[in-house]
Design a protein around this ligand. Structure first.
Ligand SMILES: Cc1cc2nc3c(=O)[nH]c(=O)nc-3n(C[C@H](O)[C@H](O)[C@H](O)COP(=O)(O)OP(=O)(O)OC[C@H]3O[C@@H](n4cnc5c(N)ncnc54)[C@H](O)[C@@H]3O)c2cc1C
Ligand SMILES: *[C@@H]1O[C@H](CO)[C@@H](O)[C@H](O)[C@H]1NC(C)=O
Ligand SMILES: *[C@@H]1O[C@H](CO)[C@@H](O)[C@H](O)[C@H]1NC(C)=O
Ligand SMILES: *[C@@H]1O[C@H](CO)[C@@H](O)[C@H](O)[C@H]1NC(C)=O
Length: 303
């Protein structure tokens, strides 16, 4: 089984620390970030999510299938004039109550522009026995989902770094896409971004249209390297197989205080590239390829 196949097979496990999904875990996640979040979050009626801990029901406006198991969801904010209240990079918690009355709570990372009014968008992958995934894929237009937050994972600051490398696998693209989008929408932000994105097949490359459009529009600023399990005519430029230390050594910027790496994906990707997180609030030690290449814990953020 190749690395990317293993990624795909084990991708569910990536999220297990939170996917265990009890309210208790989600709550501790909220607490660990709330203090941090508050100081960055706007506090007025022009935004929906203020970090005040309230669950807010959003109506499902529409959805599109973007891969065999992934859907792009568009939810209406309570007012057409409101923005979500999120900054890059943040997430919301989503909840539903089962028939037996237990809460299923999961974190999701919006992919829409933080300035967009009236609508917030998510890209969500469904696992065969996944609780929240199956719930949300069964919803119809005008059904609602409760959300709360935001939880700020990393506050993006323009031009804080000269180079940024985003290394992702599968649905781990979502926070990396937030950063790519945030950098490129700001003409004053000169950060160079290199996205290194591994997927099982070309169909599993999420947000490809958006990513390719940004790479085309900003050729001097954005570089994209795709990795696939097997070669495909539909994505000829993709490298086939592993994201290896050797490849990273030759192709990403060198370790430097002005070069930040972000990692998000299934557990085997973290293991190979950066070492796993210990918990949402503990990044753990830097391990794997990046450590071997001379990066330090300060240069690498694990979403
Ligand atoms: C910070 C963060 C941001 C995220 N952003 C996104 C996003 O933007 N889009 C997105 O799609 N997802 C995102 N996720 C993942 C998301 O939160 C859920 O974990 C995911 O959708 C699965 O939830 P579920 O309820 O559908 O599946 P679950 O019911 O939690 O199960 C998922 C799968 O894992 C299997 N499984 C469950 N427990 C175990 C176990 N102990 N060992 C092995 N396998 C197990 C199940 O059989 C199932 O197939 C994010 C996660 C984090 C932590
Ligand atoms: C934010 O809103 C709360 C009530 O919703 C209010 O008590 C608080 O003073 C506000 N803070 C700021 C900085 O506006
Ligand atoms: C959803 O609501 C809109 C506006 O209220 C309505 O036009 C539309 O028909 C509804 N869709 C469904 C499937 O009920
Ligand atoms: C940023 O990346 C470019 C191109 O890879 C390289 O020439 C430059 O030295 C890098 N700068 C830093 C600080 O890493």
């Amino acid at each position: 089984m190749s690395f990317i196949q293993r990624l795909a097979h084990q991708s569910q496990k990536n999220w297990v620390p939170i996917a265990i999904g009890s309210a208790a875990i989600a709550t501790s996640l909220v607490y660990s970030y709330q203090t941090f979040s508050r100081s960055y979050i706007a506090n007025d009626s022009s935004v929906t999510f203020t970090g005040d801990g309230q669950w807010i029901d959003l109506k499902l406006k529409k959805f599109e299938d973007i891969s065999p198991d992934t859907r792009h969801f568009y939810f209406e904010l309570p007012s057409e004039e409101q923005k979500s209240g999120l900054i890059t990079a943040s997430l919301l918690l989503a909840k539903y109550v089962t028939e037996k009355g237990s809460n299923v709570i999961r974190p999701y990372t919006p992919v829409s522009d933080t300035e967009q009014k009236g609508v917030i968008e998510f890209v969500i992958k469904k696992y065969p026995t996944g609780k929240f995934g199956n719930h949300i894929f069964n919803l119809k237009e005008n059904d609602t989902v409760s959300f709360k937050g935001p939880i700020v994972k990393w506050k993006w600051t323009p031009n804080q770094f000269e180079n940024v490398t985003l290394i992702g696998g599968g649905s781990g693209i979502t926070p990396l896409f937030q950063i790519l989008h945030e950098v490129t929408k700001d003409a004053a932000d000169k950060t160079k971004v290199h996205l290194v994105y591994g997927s099982k097949t070309y169909q599993d490359v999420l947000l490809r249209e958006q990513i390719d459009a940004l790479a085309k529009k900003y050729p001097d600023q954005v570089k994209v390297s795709y990795f696939l399990d097997e070669s495909s005519d539909k994505l000829k430029e993709a490298k086939v197989g592993y994201i290896t230390r050797e490849w990273l050594k030759e192709n990403i910027a060198h370790p430097d205080a002005s070069h930040q790496v972000f990692v998000c994906g299934p557990a085997p990707l973290y293991k190979a590239v950066s070492g796993e997180k210990v918990s949402p609030s503990d990044q753990g030690e830097l391990q794997g390829a990046l450590k071997e290449l001379g990066f330090t814990k300060d240069n690498v953020f694990k979403f």
